[in-house]
Structure formats: structure tokens, C-alpha cells
Ligand binder design. Structure first.
Ligand code: Q0Z
Length: 303
């Protein structure tokens, strides 16, 4: 395979949608440009029922996952609207994707993944273990996987190609990329959104360990919160009752899938480099229930 060719990550083709032109796909979402109707020229963001685990998009879908995450994101956008404008224009979308798609303003996106962390895990933990800091922010000694940080930190990353991991960068690198004013604004907004959301989640027995946000600019220069927000695909949610620093925390949504894939029953060897097998119906149903439970617990609304 030539270097220019992307790796085949097993992502199914984005579905054809009448009146929309496919422009981009992530692991579990598809982006379209609207080519007809009242929102011509704007974007249609579609959440699929696909799920990823251990960096693979699985062959099995989780029924209603796309709709649950779309509704969760919409709930947060509404709750955060006093803090920052958002990109949602309409939830009136083509029938084929009803409930799991939104029409959004086309923005000039900042090329920065804006991450806020209140707890140490994942790539933050790896960086900390390698040098005592994350994105150039020095942290106290003695922290473990899952430790609460002295205060939430802004740990920006630059977007990688599909299939690669984002790369953590220093705040200075963000300043160089987009300028000091925009960098300060994104850091301030990211930490403000995290503070608001962490508090709301905590009141409901859920730890919001970290979250990844994306922002864009309107033609008039207004900074707008974009993409999806505060879903289990963009954030780490942990059941507060089970929080125990010093080990990997169980994930609210994906733990059932991970445990089954790693169990002898799956017959899968993570180290083999082979794609994981399809999930049994019982694992699908229990995972769907976790997404529903997370939605209902966070929002206080029935799915
Ligand atoms: C979001 C993404 C997805 C794959 C571009 N309001 C906006 N204006 C311009 N661009 C974007 C947005 Cl949200 C934009 N992504 C991320 C979404 C599938 C990648 F549905 N890329």
C-alpha cells in the first residue's frame, strides 16, 4: 500500500443521503454538506450506531447509540448556551437519519482538539509518567491512574489522520498555530465548559474525568462550540461510586464490550493484530442499556 493510501479501518461507507453530499467520516460519525433545502451550504452531522473498542470499529452496531449520543449532545449544548454559542441550526433532518443527525452551521474550525482534564488517565497519564507533566503543565508527584488533579487543566492536542492518535501539544504550540488571543479564548472556554459539566455530572453520581471539545469561527469572528459535546465518545464518564485511583477506572459505556473482548469467550487475542469478532446479542443489549442509563442519569430525562 502506498503511503498516501489511508489504512482500511473497517469503517463502512457512509450511507447515501438524498440532498446531501458526503464530505468526511470519522470512526463512528459521518459529515455531509447539504445540497438542497433551507440549509443549503450548511452541514449535516450524522451519528451512526457504530462503536469502537481498542481502536477498532466493531462489526456489530449498538441499536440507538447514535440517537442517544445525539440527544445527549443536544442537551448539553442547550445547557451551555449561556456560556458559549453552539453550532446547532436544526434537528429537522432527512428521514433516513432522523433522531441521530443535526444540521449545523458551517464554521472555520480551529485546528486544535481542546481537551480539559480534571483527572489523570489515558495519554495524560502516559505523558505524566514519562516526564511529570502534561502538555508542558507540571504536575505534583505521586499521581496514579485516575487521580484527581489539583485543578482542571487545558491539554490541547492536534488532530491526527484517521486511525492515528491525536498528539498532545503545549499551550505555546497552540499560540503559534492560531495566535495568542484565540488560544486564550479557547483555553478559557474549554475550562469553563468542563467546570460547568463536571459539576452537573457530579451532582448525578458521575465523574467527568476529561472531555474533548472543538471550536470554530463564524465569518464575524464569533467563537462557536461545535462538533458533538460531552458524550461518552468525546469524554470519559466514570461511575463515582466505583472511583478508585491506582487502577484503570471502569468506563461507563464500553466496559461490558471491553471485558467480553478480553475474555476467553470472545476467542480474540488483542495482541494478534486481528480485528475483534462480532459481539453476542447479550453484550449488545447490556451495552445499549448502559448508554440509555447514562443518558437518563445525566439528563434526568427518559430516553
Ligand atoms: C466537524 C467530524 C463528523 C467526521 C469538520 N460546524 C462545523 N463546521 C465545519 N466543520 C465541522 C463542523 Cl462541526 C467539522 N468535524 C468533525 C464530524 C464526522 C468528523 F460528523 N469535521
Amino acid at each position: 500500500m502506498s503511503d498516501a493510501e489511508p489504512a482500511d479501518l473497517g469503517i463502512p461507507q457512509a450511507p447515501v443521503i438524498e440532498g446531501a453530499r458526503h464530505v468526511h467520516s470519522g470512526k463512528v460519525r459521518d459529515l455531509y454538506a447539504l445540497a438542497s433545502g433551507p440549509w443549503t451550504g450548511q452541514l449535516l452531522m450524522v451519528a451512526s450506531d457504530r462503536i469502537s473498542a481498542f481502536d477498532y470499529v466493531l462489526d456489530t452496531t449498538i441499536p440507538d447509540k447514535g440517537e442517544i449520543l445525539t440527544r445527549m449532545s443536544l442537551w448539553w449544548f442547550d445547557r451551555l448556551a449561556a456560556l458559549v454559542p453552539h453550532h446547532i441550526l436544526s434537528t429537522e433532518v432527512p428521514d433516513a437519519v432522523r433522531g441521530r443527525a443535526v444540521v449545523v452551521e458551517r464554521l472555520a474550525m480551529f485546528p486544535v482538539e481542546c481537551v480539559a482534564r480534571g483527572y489523570l488517565t489515558g495519554s495524560g497519564l502516559l505523558d505524566y509518567r514519562a516526564g511529570g507533566e502534561v502538555c508542558g503543565i507540571p504536575l505534583p508527584g505521586g499521581l496514579e491512574d485516575g487521580s484527581r488533579l489539583p485543578e482542571p487543566i487545558f491539554t490541547p492536542a492536534t488532530k491526527a489522520e484517521l486511525g492515528d492518535h491525536d498528539e498532545n501539544v503545549s499551550y505555546d504550540a497552540v499560540v503559534r498555530a492560531i495566535g495568542a488571543g484565540p488560544a486564550a479564548e479557547l483555553r478559557g472556554l474549554t475550562l469553563a465548559v468542563y467546570a460547568r459539566a463536571e459539576e452537573a455530572a457530579r451532582e448525578r453520581g458521575i465523574i467527568l474525568a476529561d472531555t474533548k471539545l472543538e471550536f470554530g469561527s463564524r465569518p464575524d469572528g464569533t467563537t462557536v462550540l461545535a462538533d458533538e459535546v460531552l458524550t461518552p465518545d468525546s469524554s470519559r464518564f466514570w461511575p463515582a461510586a466505583e472511583w478508585q485511583p491506582g487502577r484503570a477506572q471502569p468506563s461507563y459505556d464500553k466496559q461490558i464490550v471491553r471485558n467480553w473482548l478480553l475474555s476467553p469467550e470472545s476467542g480474540w487475542d488483542k495482541a494478534s493484530g486481528e480485528a475483534p469478532p462480532p459481539l453476542p446479542a447479550e453484550v449488545v443489549e447490556r451495552t445499549r442499556s448502559r448508554y440509555v442509563e447514562a443518558y437518563e442519569l445525566l439528563t434526568g430525562e427518559r430516553f
